[in-house]
Ligand binder design. Structure first.
Ligand code: IPE
Ligand code: IPE
Ligand code: MG
Length: 247
């Protein structure tokens, strides 16, 4: 099926996921298949990012979350980390105008203190520049680990209890959700992972509690809007019961 036909079918089906999250994986394998250095795989993946952003806007998704760099990825060779940091700067420099023009609100989520100063500055500037947009929220998870995010929320809550602003018994699921980077954003309805791996790799553990999972064999640099549409069509066939029985 061609992309326009898939899009028409998605619209016909009607149930559009509000929030789609993607673990963008397989850049290194894409490069290795071509005997190229790994950073060229990451560079090639930028085109896929553009494709899914455009695809998400066309479908009418409200929030697109992309896992770009994990806390664990800091353990990769320095040269690869440096390449990823400069790619982030390059992505922002190249795409900022287009993202702003398309009405995308960009948020960079994670431990940004660890980013190189130019990458952190570029991220801050893009967030500020697009803060008033509301067509699509694009969450870029960079230097992000879900357990660290939950620990941070627990520390904030402990501090509030210690200061007497809150009782321990007031801590509920909303109190935790409000202290995650994703505060105020609905939980992902659909979580896609590319490259055939079948794991979560410390991504949004709290938020994906009831997400539908879609594992695609396609390596991230080969991921095009048709692949996104295929995932959404598959999602539209799922029976989301949330623990209840179907009527
Ligand atoms: C995903 O591709 C991008 C990042 C994790 C930064 P990988 O670099 O993990 O590619 P593979 O898994 O080695 O193929
Ligand atoms: C997960 O991919 C992180 C990102 C896509 C940014 P990895 O390639 O780092 O995950 P593992 O090592 O296969 O679990
Ligand atoms: Mg990987």
């Amino acid at each position: 099926m061609k992309a326009p036909e898939m899009l028409a079918r998605i619209r016909e089906n009607g149930a559009i996921p509000r929030h789609v999250a993607i673990i963008m994986d397989g850049n290194g394998r894409w490069a290795r298949e071509r005997n190229l250095p790994r950073p060229l795989g990451h560079r090639s993946g930028m085109k896929s990012v553009r494709e899914v952003v455009e695809g998400a806007i066309e479908v009418g998704i409200e929030v697109l979350s992309l896992f770009a760099f994990s806390q664990e990825n800091w353990q990769r060779p320095v040269t690869e980390i440096q390449a990823l940091m400069s790619l982030l700067e390059e992505y922002i420099a190249r795409e900022a105008d287009e993202l702003a023009a398309q009405g995308v609100r960009v948020r960079v989520l994670g431990d940004l203190a660890r980013l190189t100063p130019p990458a952190a500055a570029a991220a801050a500037q893009l967030m500020e520049r697009t803060a008033h947009n509301d067509r699509l929220v694009l969450n870029l998870f960079i230097s992000y680990g879900s357990r660290a995010e939950i620990v941070r929320a627990a520390q904030q809550l402990a501090e509030e209890v210690r200061a007497g602003r809150m009782a321990a018994s007031d801590i509920d699921e909303d109190a935790i959700a409000e202290r995650l980077f994703t505060a105020g954003v609905p939980d992902p309805d659909l979580l896609i992972r590319t490259s055939g791996e079948q794991r979560i790799s410390n991504f949004m553990l709290w938020q994906v509690a009831y997400a539908e999972l879609y594992m695609s064999p396609v390596l991230w640099p080969n991921f095009r809007r048709q692949e996104l549409y295929a995932a959404i069509l598959d999602f539209q066939n799922r029976d989301r019961r949330f623990g209840r029985v179907t009527a």
